[in-house]
Design a protein around this ligand. Sequence first.
Ligand SMILES: NC(=O)c1ccc[n+]([C@@H]2O[C@H](COP(=O)([O-])OP(=O)(O)OC[C@H]3O[C@@H](n4cnc5c(N)ncnc54)[C@H](O)[C@@H]3O)[C@@H](O)[C@H]2O)c1
Length: 370
Amino acid sequence: MAAGSSTALRYAIVGTGMMGVEHIQALQTLPDTHIVALCDPHAPSLAAARNALGVNRDAARVYTDVETMVAAGQFDVVVLASPNHTHRALAEPLLRSGAHLLIEKPLCTSAQDCKELILLEHQTRQPGRVVWVGLEYRFMAPTMQLLAHARSGVLGNLRMLAIREHRFPFLVKVQDWNRFNVNTGGTLVEKCCHFFDLMRLVLQAEPVSVFASGAQDVNHLDETYGGRTPDILDNAFVVVDFDNGARASLDLCMFAEATKNEQEISLVGDLGKAEALVTQGIVRLGLRADGWFQTNEQSVSNAELPSAIQHQGAHHGSSWREHVAMQQAIRHHTPTEVTLHDGLMSVAMGEAAHRSISAHRPIAMSEVLL
Ligand SMILES: NC(=O)c1ccc[n+]([C@@H]2O[C@H](COP(=O)([O-])OP(=O)(O)OC[C@H]3O[C@@H](n4cnc5c(N)ncnc54)[C@H](O)[C@@H]3O)[C@@H](O)[C@H]2O)c1
């Protein structure tokens, strides 16, 4: 295995549950891309991954632990898609292996673990080795269009970003790992790292403080696992102040599946407003100079997605775009678009929000990043 720029890339998938299979489906459509190893201790997950590989299933060696897979080698890129609380430990042998690495979000369940991984990456760094964090909401077509408006300057000085996610409850996962904060890092880390990442990306600024209110009011209260009731928050408001004076908010509700759009993002500058309605694939742009209630509405296109990905609908093709961009970075040394630092900051903002809920006060980012 090598952190070089070979043409054909051999992939290993570690954690072949729901997200591992989504990665397999995306990778299968890319040229010069071969899935050569699957690693998961859960036999049904391995069977599902082999099924997703179809006629290529016998080209992938199967492992039940990462150490054995690393010892066998023969891969160039690893996708780490195991549960959140396993990322820190599993990433260590993978970083030492020298392979390129995509780590699913959240990078780790705490800012401290993220910082330790960043240190380890420095210690094991090899020229040309790409380490990428799977914050793929950056690669959804409506978010990309919103970002294009933000970057074009048409909105002027960006002042307010409001992100609303109103959606269905957490899905059932293998061995129910996502029912407990100790495994996920808490909902505002697990789920909302995506949105904290978008806030930094859109506003091109760093968070200074976080204030939040939230609770577990509705979901999973009638479930028990080994005698324990899930403790994961299902609704919250979060307000973030940024170092350039901009502010952002997150409105999360996970018992709101009766909605038109899972995500609604609104960005306002001193010259105008842009909105992204993610499920509908609509982006609106309104400029103050054009008068009240004048907006230009545009349907975003997923035309570049291979038809197999368009029909799956999983994360609106963002996993596929993420892999295309990561392969560019590996093969052509373009910048890593989603860095370990981005992973750290998105986790730290979620951790700050959870601390704010417990402490009933704003939390300075310096308290979490110490
Ligand atoms: N980018 C996104 O939008 C997105 C969406 C969903 C999930 N995720 C992330 O992907 C990861 C996996 O989530 P999922 O929904 O696929 O969960 P899942 O429960 O469906 O799958 C996780 C798999 O990891 C396996 N696993 C557990 N311990 C392992 C180990 N030590 N080595 C190898 N495999 C191991 C499990 O057996 C299971 O098959 C999580 O970090 C989650 O937060 C990201």
